[in-house]
Design a protein around this ligand. Structure first.
Ligand SMILES: [Mn+2]
Length: 317
């Protein structure tokens, strides 16, 4: 007889990139029945959390908690696992497991006590997050850097084939939770081949090279409406800006009614972009925030130039 009661106790809310996919795989290993939601920002996580009144435990991984997210944690059993420095490290509304200098997947793995079989996947998450950890070095030695770089690329390209496809993300994470390599999972391999055969990465990079403007120390790329970087968004912009020795990268995507902004800091001694975005959106709307070297915002269409101007003034004192 079928039991139609929802027996899933835990709900993981995480990002849909490599770090989030590895978090999902680790969590599914730990609790194969868990529910998984993929989101792109802390505010999207808050909205998912506010709609879930059934899960007994909620884990939020790879999303830095803001006031809105914390307000939805009140009175619930929520654990936040992240790897970005926190502006308010203690808050009794949620349990916080925060550690810097490695991927969120690595922090989650330690918390859950993951098996050694997952070490390569965790090292892949560290590398895609640009975190050079001892585990990464160990795995690069053990399995050769050629293999590790290739596996990281396979996983990173696969989800970019269709950035909206969370069913793919769930299936991919479920297969990875068996402790296999990305290249051993047929659905991941096929999506990787699509992105590879369509030459999306080199096309995204050349699009950025054509359209990026240098404003002082900032590489600025403006996109309109349906323009896209073939799934590679800020990754392609950062790649080009870094090679031109710029300090910051700013992606401005004008959509209907607002601009979506992504900012990346490319030097370790740069401005705190999370604090900058937080302050800017407080004054000019609509919402935003993030980490010292990675932040995002939704702002009114008319504020884009002001944002770049302020960033320029602060970064070039
Ligand atoms: Mn991350």
């Amino acid at each position: 007889m079928l039991n139609d009661k929802d027996l899933r106790r835990a709900h993981l809310i995480t990002r849909g990139n490599v770090d989030g996919l590895v978090c999902a795989a680790l969590f599914l290993r730990h609790d194969p029945l868990c529910r998984v939601s993929f989101v792109t920002s802390p505010s999207a996580a808050s909205s998912v959390l506010s709609k879930d009144s059934f899960s007994r435990e909620v884990y939020v991984a790879d999303l830095s908690p803001d006031e809105c997210l914390l307000s939805h944690c009140e009175g619930r059993n929520v654990t936040i696992v992240d790897h970005h420095p926190l502006r308010c490290p203690t808050d009794d509304r949620a349990m916080m497991i925060i550690d810097e200098g490695r991927s969120a997947a690595s922090v989650l793995a330690e918390y859950l006590g993951s098996e050694d079989a997952f070490a390569p996947l965790i090292a892949i998450a560290d590398s895609v997050e640009y975190m050079e950890t001892p585990l990464m070095e160990e795995m690069w030695d053990e399995h050769s850097s050629r293999r590790m770089v290739k596996e990281a690329k396979i996983l990173d390209f696969s989800w970019r084939a269709n950035i909206k496809d969370d069913v793919f993300r769930y299936r991919a994470a479920l297969r990875l939770s068996q402790g296999v390599w990305p290249s051993e999972v047929p659905i991941i391999w096929r999506r990787f081949l699509t992105v590879q055969n369509e030459r999306r990465w080199p096309r995204a990079v050349s699009l950025v090279k054509d359209r990026m403007r240098r404003i002082g120390d900032i590489g600025v790329l403006e996109l309109n409406g349906r323009d896209s970087l073939l799934g590679f968004g800020t990754r392609a912009l950062v790649h080009v800006a870094q090679r031109q020795d710029l300090g910051y990268a700013a992606l401005i995507h004008r959509r209907e009614g607002h601009s979506s902004i992504s900012l990346r800091g490319l030097r370790t001694d740069g401005l705190d972009l999370g604090a900058f975005t937080d302050d800017f959106t407080r004054r000019h709307g609509i919402s935003g925030g993030g980490h010292p070297n990675s932040a995002g915002a939704r702002i009114p269409l008319s504020s884009s130039y002001r944002l770049i101007k302020e960033l320029l003034a602060l970064s070039n004192p």
